[in-house]
Ligand binder design. Structure first.
Ligand code: MRU
Length: 359
């Protein structure tokens, strides 16, 4: 039984401040930052001190709470204006993960509803409580997904995962890594293969750090080794995360996911994505998906905090899309806190979203 209070939380709110672990320094140092300023929260998301779809949603929600608490507004209209401004700033940080926009909308809706009371203090309180609720629900959903997803894992499985989908990418426990964690806690004998995940190396730095902390048997590989290992039957299943899942079943996730999916399909390795329903975008279609382009320097140089070291000729042009899109025909199943969706996704995902109240 997982105790939610004792779970490691990479982001928390205390005494009017937001605290977070700066993931750029992991595994070398565990540096905690704090702020009362939502602009600083936006910067932390942009610079990937905080990253991972659910984690940036939680951070944005607490950013809204900071905007409400420290606003000088004397009436409801002024407070709502300040909240709209904060929402705008926070929404400009990263474009691909839907959880960011979902969390901002949810907090704003709660503020608008509370504003009908005409009580400024009440709105401040409601905004903070909504942020706490988003954080708590994310952990609860991850624990639930862990249980659901662990049923797909058998004794002896060797599981490939990509990027970081652990506690560090969420409010706590993790999505795909949560499933792996749950299987391990159930006593299943498993091994994890973590991809390095260049250019920012979330796999090598963050996933490996989490696996080693948990004592889960693991090996690190470079991104280029996946095909060879699959051809040698050294990988039995793939579990990874998602930043935005469309109702068609297409999903955006860390760059490299698509090539893993193609290889898994070719080698008949079951390929699962794990994400809470807050990652499902019921509104957008494939042509409206925005893939973030990040600084070319991430590719030219070593990951933070060794970013001064070049791995190439500094003047070379590069591509640096941070995400790619995997089509539904390559996906064996999508694990959510409401159950596992199987093809056809346009039916199963709609059904899941209907349970969550979407029409
Ligand atoms: O650029 P990042 O590190 O924010 O990308 C994160 C990912 O792509 C994760 O796989 C995804 O957010 C799922 S995390 C639970």
């Amino acid at each position: 039984m997982v105790n939610l209070d004792e779970i490691f939380k990479p982001i928390y709110f205390k005494d009017g401040q937001m605290f977070w672990i700066d993931t750029r320094y992991i595994p070398w140092e565990e540096i905690w930052r704090h702020t009362k300023d939502y602009n600083r929260v936006a910067q932390a998301i942009k610079d990937m001190e905080i990253r991972g779809a659910p984690a940036i949603g939680v951070a944005a929600a607490f950013g809204m709470a900071l905007a409400a608490i420290y606003s000088n507004a004397r009436n409801i209209d002024e407070l709502l204006k300040d909240l709209e401004k904060a929402k705008e700033v926070l929404s400009k940080t990263r474009p691909t993960a839907v959880n960011l926009f979902w969390a901002l909308d949810r907090v704003m809706q709660a503020a608008l509803k509370a504003s009908e009371s005409g009580d400024v203090e009440k709105v401040r309180e409601v905004v903070l409580n909504e942020a706490y609720a988003i954080q708590r629900e994310d952990i609860e959903q991850n624990v639930r997904m862990g249980k659901i997803g662990a049923e797909l894992i058998e004794d002896g499985d060797v599981i490939l995962t990509h990027c970081n989908t652990g506690a560090l990418a969420t409010a706590g426990y993790g999505t795909a890594l949560g499933v792996i964690r749950a299987a391990w806690e159930q006593g299943k004998r498993i091994e994890v293969i973590a991809t390095e995940t260049r250019p920012v190396a979330q796999g090598a730095r963050l996933t490996v750090w989490e696996l080693v902390r948990e004592g889960i048997p693991a090996k690190l590989i470079s991104d280029t080794m996946v095909g060879y290992l699959m051809s040698k039957k050294k990988i039995s299943k793939v579990f990874l995360g998602a930043d935005r899942i469309l109702l068609s079943g297409h999903f955006a996730n860390k760059i490299g996911t698509y090539q893993i999916a193609v290889l898994a399909h070719y080698h008949k390795v079951p390929f699962y994505t794990v994400a809470p329903t807050s990652t499902i975008d019921p509104k957008r279609t494939l042509d409206q998906l925005v893939i973030e382009e990040r600084s070319p320097e991430e590719v030219r140089r070593c990951p933070y905090p060794y970013e001064k070291i070049y791995v190439t000729v500094p003047s070379i042009d590069v591509y640096n899309p941070a995400f790619d899109v995997t089509p539904p025909e390559l996906v064996t199943g999508i694990v959510t806190e409401e159950g596992v969706a199987y093809p056809p996704y346009w039916v199963s995902l709609r059904e899941i979203m209907r349970k969550k109240g979407y029409q």
